[in-house]
Write a protein that binds this ligand. Structure first.
Ligand SMILES: Nc1ncnc2c1ncn2[C@@H]1O[C@H](COP(=O)(O)OP(=O)(O)OP(=O)(O)O)[C@@H](O)[C@H]1O
Ligand SMILES: [Mg+2]
Length: 307
């Protein structure tokens, strides 16, 4: 399964959530590839705590170099052996593979999705889809060349028959809801660009689900919730208004993959949240529960039934 993570705005939680999703899938025994197609700012190395590729690979063998034809093979890094975080190196035999394909350090956004680049992209995705249960591709934000590249690649005959899922990440605010909707339905958005690349727009839309990230808890009594009744009432009212706005913009419950709660650890540090962080009472249990549920829903066929 190919899974493309994108968002209209930057800083939506796309990479952090995708890394945590990849981790949860791996822990549940699935083989996962994490492909860093956020060409302008490759961050996955830092998230998996692999210091050698914190900002991408420095050896001109990353995804930029591969796509440009400067190296025949894109370098791959086994997160389970390369991570500086001991707990990530001790996942046990029941966990699946977790392999990172980093970008090149200093590699920039692509300016055009040229045919040769699209072909190499298709070849890479084809090979990964055969090896891994889930291939998670973190794309640059917005109407990027990265987006165009994978739309063109997945429209090619060799990839057309594969299952592709699109996850659109957004914060739980008015601007983010409108932006996410615009990215999918608006001018030059996913649907329109997909159609121009040869996709069936309806089919494409059916493969789109939204992920709301870092959603504050408006309930006063809950851990992490707010304390003052007037504030709580206001927040609940806003929450209801945001739900209405989301529904009116085709981001309602039926198109939602799930949401992640505001997590203090992630406000301070981008990382994988492990169960040990919850056991140590550092991270909130609702956060790991949310990532586990996102992973479950992603693989559940019922999530992707026509709506
Ligand atoms: N559930 C959460 N609670 C609190 N903070 C979060 C949560 N999820 C993500 N964040 C934080 O939000 C910030 C942005 O997240 P991230 O880097 O994943 O976004 P992005 O969409 O990939 O950004 P970019 O466009 O720069 O690639 C990070 O500091 C991250 O730790
Ligand atoms: Mg990112």
């Amino acid at each position: 399964m190919l899974v493309f993570s994108t968002s209209d705005k930057g800083g939506t939680g796309r990479s952090v959530t995708s890394c945590n999703l990849a981790y949860r899938l791996c822990v549940s025994g699935r083989n996962v590839a994490y492909v860093d197609f956020d060409f302008g700012s490759p961050t996955a190395g830092a998230l998996f705590e692999i210091s050698a590729v914190e900002r991408g690979t420095a050896h001109q063998d990353g995804l930029h170099s591969y796509l440009l034809g400067e190296t025949g093979v894109a370098t791959r890094i086994d997160v389970r052996t390369a991570s500086d975080r001991p707990a990530l190196r001790r996942l046990g035999p029941r966990a699946g593979k977790l392999v990172l394909y980093p970008g090149d350090e200093g590699g920039a956004e692509f300016l055009t999705a040229e045919n040769a680049v699209v072909t190499r992209c298709a070849e890479l995705l084809l090979a990964l889809e055969q090896e891994f249960k889930v291939v998670l591709v973190d794309l640059s934000a917005g109407r990027s060349v990265a987006l165009e590249l994978v739309l063109k690649a997945t429209a090619m005959p060799q990839l057309r028959s594969f299952t592709a899922r699109w996850l659109i990440f957004h914060r739980w605010t008015r601007q983010h809801i409108l932006a996410a909707s615009g990215l999918v339905h608006g001018p030059h958005g996913l649907t329109q660009a997909g159609k121009e690349c040869g996709h069936d727009p309806l089919e494409l839309l059916e493969s789109v689900r939204y992920v709301r990230t870092a959603v504050p808890n408006p309930t006063p009594a809950a851990p992490g919730g707010v304390g003052r009744p007037a504030q709580a009432a206001w927040l609940m009212e806003q929450n209801a208004a945001l739900k209405r706005l989301a529904s009116a913009n085709q981001l309602g419950a039926s198109s939602l993959l799930g949401e992640t709660p505001m997590e203090p650890v992630l406000q301070w540090r981008e990382q994988v949240i492990m169960d040990m962080d919850v056991d140590a009472k550092i991270a909130n249990p609702a956060t790991t529960a949310a990532y586990t549920e996102l992973a479950r829903r992603l693989l559940d066929a019922a999530t992707w039934e026509r709506f």
